[in-house]
Design a protein around this ligand. Structure first.
Ligand code: PMP
Length: 396
């Protein structure tokens, strides 16, 4: 492709996205990503971060990260299988396994590449994957990479899952069949129907994979969606991220020892991409220790989440089917969602719009992610701004 052709391709497509209200502008945050953030010199109440427990700016994590830099330096130096496996990585993996109640765990550089890695290390072209229609992009990409047949079932529709599992088994076409789901769906805040999924998996001998990026630190008193339902022995892959409630960076799979052993020899990002830094590994370990020692942050998160949710509902916003602190205000049209977010930001609340392709067309929304670090005063101020902007736009 000549550079002129590339220019035409890029310019036309970017203009088209802007025209349709699908082009997201990126705002750099000047300073820590806490309950308040500064953008373009303006300090705003932050309702857009995944830092559910406030740990991204926690002093205890900062201290261990600094100590790890002093003791180990700033980089891991190599991929895990050469000499990039530091004692800090092993300590982290041991902690994750304890946290999740499994025999072992493996960590990755991000939740995204963890899904790419783990799914494709186990599933191949002779297999099939039953995937919830609203699963995260990294699950979808991991499934595609595996070359397994992808069979989507309607979002949280257990009749559809059962029907498609039965058809897949009876077809006799596949060696292994996996069912894969988010634990908590990040755009709506609803929880996967894990007890039913696990029953169906038992009936049809399916492998089970739960991406708990948004459930860890949130459900099960912090231990996640699988623990919330008491299903630790029934889920093969407990996948999670260290970038959200844990506050740092990285991803992991917790499961049986033989699964983790296999992932250590077959996951391509583990074999071919440098491990997370000493500071990241040490800070993540500390965060998990904090969560295992006390449920205080988790309780605060729920208190704040319930408060904001009740306030937005009372104002008359459509908050969908949220069962967790994640609270969307669903507007519908993409441009309206973007305008709503822009006005909220102008008025002092950083709540970002989420539009297609992240959510289905026509379900544009502003999504709120309250955290344990917010104060009641901040939430009250945010609700007052929501009321003002919502009324001005005739949304309530
Ligand atoms: N899975 C889900 C459900 C997610 O929401 C995300 C983050 N958006 C990821 C995986 C990827 O995690 P990370 O940001 O750590 O790469």
């Amino acid at each position: 492709m000549s550079s002129k052709t590339l220019d035409i391709f890029l310019n036309e497509n970017i203009a088209d996205l802007k025209e349709r209200g699908l082009y997201n502008e990126i705002d750099p945050v000047e300073g820590p990503n806490g309950p308040k953030i500064t953008i373009n010199g303006k300090t705003l109440i932050n309702l857009s971060s995944n830092n559910y427990l406030g740990l991204a700016t926690d002093e205890r994590l900062k201290q261990v990260a600094k100590a790890a830099i002093d003791s180990h330096g700033v980089g891991a130096g190599a991929v895990r299988t050469i000499n990039g496996t530091l004692d800090l990585h092993l300590k982290l993996e041991e902690k994750i396994a304890q946290f999740k109640g499994t025999q072992a765990a493996i960590s990755f550089q991000s939740g995204f590449n963890c899904n790419m890695a783990a799914i494709s290390a186990v599933m191949d072209k002779n297999d099939a994957i039953l995937s919830d229609a609203l699963n995260h992009a990294s699950i979808i990409d991991g499934c595609r990479l595996s070359k397994a047949k992808i069979i989507r079932f309607e979002h949280s529709d257990m009749n559809d899952l059962r029907k498609k599992a039965k058809e897949a088994v009876e077809s006799g076409l596949y060696k292994k069949i996996m069912v894969i789901t988010d634990g908590v769906f990040s755009m709506d805040g609803d929880i996967a129907k894990l007890p039913e999924i696990v029953d169906i998996a038992e009936e049809f001998d399916l492998l089970t994979y739960v991406d708990d990026a948004h459930g860890s630190g949130v459900l099960g008193k912090g231990a996640g969606t699988v623990k919330h339902f008491g299903l630790q022995d029934k889920v093969d892959f407990q996948m999670g991220t260290l970038s959200k409630a844990i506050g740092v960076i990285g991803g992991y799979v917790a499961g049986k020892q033989n699964l983790i052993d296999w992932l250590k020899v077959r996951s391509r990002p583990f074999l071919f991409s440098t491990a997370v830094s000493p500071a990241d590994a040490a800070a993540s370990t500390k965060a998990i220790e904090i969560l295992m020692e006390s449920t205080e942050l988790n309780e605060k998160l729920w208190e704040n989440g319930n408060y904001l949710k009740a306030g937005l509902k009372e104002l008359g916003f459509n908050i969908g089917n949220s069962e967790t602190p994640i609270t969307p205000c669903i507007v519908g049209e993409e441009k309206a969602a973007q305008e709503f977010s822009k006005r909220l930001i102008d008025a002092g609340v950083y709540a970002k719009s989420i539009v297609f392709p992240t959510v289905p067309r026509g379900t544009g929304r502003v999504r709120n992610m309250p955290s344990a670090a917010h104060t009641k005063e901040m939430l009250d101020e945010a609700l007052a701004i929501y009321e003002k902007v919502g009324k001005a736009m005739n949304l309530i």
